[in-house]
Design a protein around this ligand. Sequence first.
Ligand code: NAG
Length: 285
Amino acid sequence: MESKSVILILFASLIATASAGNFYKDFDITWGDGRGKILNNGNLLTLSLDKTSGSGFQSKNEYIFGKIDMQLKLVPGNSAGTVTAYYLSSQGPNHDEIDFEFLGNVSGQPYTLHTNVFSQGKGGREQQFKLWFDPTANFHTYSILWNPQRIIFSVDGTPIREFKNSESIGVAFPKNQPMRIYSSLWNADDWATQGGRVKTDWSKAPFTAAYRNFNANACVWSKGRSSCKSSSAASKTNNANWFTQEMDSTSQARMKWVQKNYMIYNYCADTQRFPQGLPKECRAA
Ligand SMILES: *[C@@H]1O[C@H](CO)[C@@H](O)[C@H](O)[C@H]1NC(C)=O
């Protein structure tokens, strides 16, 4: 009787750590001289920025494809001039990168969520959004689905952007370079808020962003080989099979809703910037 309940409790806590991840296990604070902290037995991570410096962390693992979720609660109040970057990146001159960047604002004005995709060192694929909630009041889930056919950026399960594999028309797609997860909080008041017109109010420092509930259904790259969390096992636990996932009509409709109501910049619509014609992947879409 007693041993049975002990086993049950053990099992329950194993499930909890498997789904919530643990910052001690999965990440290293890489810079910031104590401004980045792992708290609550590894369940919470915070980054801070003060007048001296910001801070940052990176994943211990490198990943090649995955569905990666993280909950973030952004710098509250007057966050003007601050940038919280959360992204996947490989290394080297022809690197691949998948970016979320949160540009702070003065109190009461909306954050800008900036996204970009680099393949083989080439970026310039910015799309920017406002959010339909206050991202500083609570934790919200920001997800990157990255499989061989597409990259989908989602916020609380709502897709906001899809970058399709357009190799068939000569556009490089990130698929050969393993990437780590990175995040950093830093000062960029020369450009970040309202085009750099609003500066950081250092009397409000330190500025702090918080992270929790990291979850990766992903292929981990190690010693030149990848090993994936079985996607069939994942689908049994009613988690869609991320490796082949596409957007169904419901997801398409939700993404359209976001893009219609909350998108504030789209490189694919910036004909002034590309007088010789929009990038190929824009014309295909
Ligand atoms: C800040 O608020 C202003 C005014 O609402 C808005 O134009 C701008 O896009 C917001 N975001 C940033 C990062 O400046």
